[in-house]
Structure formats: C-alpha cells, structure tokens
Design a protein around this ligand. Structure first.
Ligand code: ZN
Ligand code: ZN
Length: 330
C-alpha cells in the first residue's frame, strides 16, 4: 500500500506492507483522511517522518475475530488504541488509557489496522468526508462546549480559527450561542462568518476586550474557548471572561500561560476546562449535528488525492484552509 511521509516542508508517498487483521484488529480501507494541525510538526521538522494522521473514515475490508464489525461496514477511525476494559476505556475516554496496546499506524495510508470497538459504524446518509469531521474538527470542541453548558443565552468568544476553532464556531451556533470569533488571518475570519459567527475580529486591529465589555455592560463574556494554543489568545479568553464564567483550552500550547490563581481564578470564580481528541461517547451527538447543520460542510475547504499530497500539505500550511482531506485512492 501507499502511505504519506513528511519532513522538511514536503509530503510524498512511499510503499509499505498491507496490514493484516488479527483478533479484534480489523483492516480498514481509508477513504477520507483529514490533515490536523498537530500533523504539521512532522511536516515542518527536519528529516523523514512516517505514521502521521489520526482522523478519518473508511470501509472494513478484512476481519479475523472482530465481534462488532464485518467486511463492507463503513466506519469512523478514532485515533490511537485502548485496552477496552479499564475505567477510562469503558467511559469512552479511551484516549487516556494507561494499558493501551501498541498503536495502529498513521491514518495517512491506504489501509490502517484498528481495534474494531474503536470504529463506530457510519450511518448510510453520512458520506466519508463529512463523517471524518467527527475527528479533531468537531470532537474536542463538542466536549468543551457541552462541558461548559453553552446555550442560546450565552455569548462566547472563540479564538483561533483553524479547523478546531471553526468546528467550535459551528457547534456553538448549533447550540444557539452568540459567537464572537477572533483570528489574525482574514481567510479564516471569512470562513467563520460562513459557518455562522455573529462577529469576527482581527486582534491586531480591534480592541477585542473593550468591545466585549461594551457588549456585556462591562461584565465580560460568560463563555470563552481558545483553539489557537497561543498564550496571548488564551490570556485574552481569561481576561474577557465575566465572573463565574467558563473557559476551555483545546489548542495545544506546550509552553506556559501566565495565570494568577487568586486574581484570575478565585476572585472571579471561573472554571477552566480542557479536552483532547475524540471521546467515544461524542459519536451519536455529532452524527445528529452533521444531519441538522448542513453548513458544517463549510468545515471542509479542500480535498486532494494522494497523487497531490505535497500540494495538500502546502495548502494547509498556508493557513488559508479549513479542513484539508486526503483521499488515499485518488
Ligand atoms: Zn487531530
Ligand atoms: Zn483502557
């Protein structure tokens, strides 16, 4: 089979052996494999890096002793693996499993080997591209917004309008909130408005804090979410929050965020929430969302066959893109 190799700001194809089914491990023919912001570290890094890609959808083509799936089933691919038995796996939060077997290989490949219980069946009315949005484009934001109880009474500030932030815009609109979306890149702000954002702001030009305080009688917004992973944007979310507000951080920031537990936290009674990757329990609600919010298709800006894989990654790296989806058989 062919799979994608990344490095030195290039992407190209290489050959690898086809995976075999074994026990609960099934083989899925990958039909849609979205690029994630976290895959771009390997793209920008020196050297050659294989095994990237952790989202996607496909069709079961080989099984051994699978109990939940058969050849021909259309499925969602969840990232990583899990033991399937511990408290975390049973709750759906398998991504935090501490006894996970060795992983399944990256999803930027024509075939991938997965544990059958980590591949929920796609309903017939959901195509492979739309279904693949249930990965990072929707799942972290879904977890964050539902845990913050976002609803139609709320104004929410969303910072960072890459695919994760745009997914948060779409879901927050679906939940009825007023959405103020912030990003430096005009393309991304335009896309946020197409997805329903009520207002978009360029933080380099607008006084975002002043504007949000004006809108809320000086109180601050009740909800905020950062998907950029930039400390300045996370700080903006904290500063924009009113008393008893809730904020979610779902953009990876491997650095530090200046935070005073007393001044920023206790004296304002705020709550901080984080979420990472898919939770198995998000699946049914995200299917409902995709059925009832047709604008969600705007979360996909480009699709490329494997034959154009270098152009696909360059397009994503340009930041003028939402989800870029690879089609391994084109
Ligand atoms: Zn991802
Ligand atoms: Zn487990």
């Amino acid at each position: 089979m062919r799979h994608v190799v990344l490095g030195d700001e290039k992407a190209w194809l290489a050959e690898a052996p086809d995976p075999e089914p074994e026990g609960e491990w099934i083989v899925v023919k990958v039909h849609a494999s979205p690029i994630c912001g976290s895959d771009m570290h390997a793209y920008h890094a020196e050297g050659t890096h294989a095994g990237q890609g952790h989202e996607g959808t496909g069709e079961v083509v080989a099984v051994d002793a699978a109990r939940h799936l058969k050849v021909g089933d259309r499925v969602l691919l969840n990232p990583a693996s899990g033991c399937g038995r511990c408290r975390l796996c049973r709750s759906g939060a398998y991504i935090h499993c501490r006894n996970a077997p060795p992983g399944s290989g990256g999803h930027f490949a024509q075939y991938v080997r997965k544990q059958d219980w980590l591949c929920p069946k796609l309903p017939d009315d959901l195509n492979y591209d739309l279904g693949s949005l249930m990965g990072c484009a929707l799942s972290p934001a879904y977890q964050a917004l539902t845990r913050m109880g976002v609803n139609a009474f709320h104004t929410i500030l969303i910072t960072g309008l890459g695919p994760v932030g745009l997914g948060a815009v779409a879901l927050a609109k679906f939940l009825g909130a007023e959405v103020i979306a912030v990003d430096l890149e005009p393309w991304r702000r335009d896309r946020a408005r197409e997805l329903g954002a009520d207002e978009t702001l360029d933080p380099a030009e607008a006084d975002v804090l002043g504007l949000l305080r004006d809108r809320t009688d000086g109180e601050g917004v009740p909800r905020a979410l950062d998907a950029s992973g930039a400390a300045e944007a996370e700080r903006l979310c904290l500063d924009a929050l009113g008393a008893l507000g809730k904020v979610a951080f779902i953009g990876e920031n491997p650095g530090e965020l200046p935070f005073s537990p007393s001044r920023d936290g206790i004296r304002r009674g705020i709550e901080i929430i984080t979420a990472w990757h898919q939770n198995l329990n998000s699946f049914d609600d995200l299917v409902t969302f995709l059925r009832r919010f047709p604008r969600a298709e705007k979360l996909i800006s480009h699709t490329f066959g494997f034959s154009q894989v270098d152009e696909a990654f360059a397009t994503f790296a340009s930041r003028r893109a939402a989800k870029v989806i690879l089609h391994p058989w084109d």
